[in-house]
Design a protein around this ligand. Sequence first.
Ligand code: DGJ
Length: 535
Amino acid sequence: MTYAAALGMAVAMTIPNPLSAAVHSAARPANGGTIPRLVTHNGHFTLMVDDKPFFILAAQLHNSSAWPQMLDRSWQSVEALHANTVEAPVYWEQFEPSPGHFDTTNIDALIAKARMSGKRLILLWFGTWKNGQMQYAPEWIKADAKTYPRQLDEHGQPLGDLSTFAPATLQADSHAFGALMAHLRKVDGARHTVIMVQVENEPGTIGAVRDHSPAANAAFNGPVPAAIQQRVGGRAGTWSQLFGADAEEMFNAWANARYINAVAAAGKQVYPLPMYVNCWLRYKDKRYPGMDYPSGGATYNVFDVWRAVSPSIDLIGTDLYTTDATEFRKVLAQYHRPDNPSWISETGFDPKTAPFLYYILANDGIGFSIFGIDNPPSDAQAKAIDAHARNYALLGSIDSLLAQAMADGQLKAAVEALGEPRQTLDFGDWRVTLSFGPPPWGESPAIISNSPDVDGRALVIRLDQQHFLVTGTDVRVEFARAARDGRHGQLLRVEEGKYVGDTWQPQRWLNGDEVDYGINFHKESRLVRVKVGAY
Ligand code: DGJ
């Protein structure tokens, strides 16, 4: 397919300077629903899809699975997981096999497959970067290092990264990304199968702390741009004067963020979907940029530099691979900021990471994505699917309600932690006590200890003054009235049931032994709606 065809004639003139009319019509597609967007309200972030709050429960395919012949097999895992969204790469080398000629075969197959199965898509643009390297750049870029030069290390040796100081490289990536977004606008502008795009993949430099190409050296020895000075509250000066020992890493962060922002802006001019950058994290005691992690990615220590120069990037995602709850929470706290929602762009496909989804719910996040779900059948694969499907199947049935409750500040969640077998959720006039561990029948033992696999979690949504929606795993949930007005609290009705669309359908009422000692949740997925009252 030619470049003009990929863009569609109506928007062929829009790259690199699109008409504002094209942007306007992209934001208001034919079906009347607006384009997916990230909004903030009272400090809460919400991803809006077809004008409704949406919570992402995603499954990411392996790197080489986004080929038409692979999709049927990969989708078996997607379906088994009950994911509501699939994350899949678009490879620059496949999309633009020769300069200016675009091949939409893979992306069209992905969209068709997602639509057939009722899934949303998040596309991952494997362009200038993939895991701190340039692996997915087309052959014609790799073969022409004169036009598209590599970054250089401190000895002048080329690295496996493209220099961000080469205008031709930025132009080529922006052009290709713009063509991708134009194609999406054309084929999906009214359907919104694709809800978000990741721009590049785990960017940063491997093998050096910064690029030492002549243009990069000149910039490094020049003044720190005003936007960075303002953001970090510094005076004027060179990178070394302002940042001392961290100067090279800060400089590389600026160089990468500026470049990726320009690529994102080229795409947004055509079709402004929410866009994010995923981060190979500086965590688990890793300290050395360029060795332990790609230098100049959006790691927490350079986050302000990133945000200062990337207005076209809506958020930063975390590729958070750990089964250690303390480490997981530490990273969440670093990235859950007034200017960034919690977004697990990747986590390990391990049963142990399943409870961690509830940390994202507790931290007002926009979603959770599990990496590498399409493995061949094995015991380990079956166990991982089973653990995560229990979350996804149940939460997927209320994904919009979840996201709305978060936006309204009416959702609270907790995860079992060692040494904290009992936790409370405070709803003002009502307090909900959670006792983790497989609940015994009857009274709880006086001393509660953690369950053997420490995988308890619970979620409580306040639906209105009198109604709460509750779910959990290995947890006993007890309601107590906390208002100090001399009145007593009582459970008026406890229903087990499900949502069909927006409608609650009770299947039975729980009473007697099923509520006398709290409402007990074991491994099976259950939704319970509680009506409380005072007397
Ligand atoms: C993080 C990358 O973003 C993914 O594409 C994949 O390579 C995983 N690492 C593998 O663990």
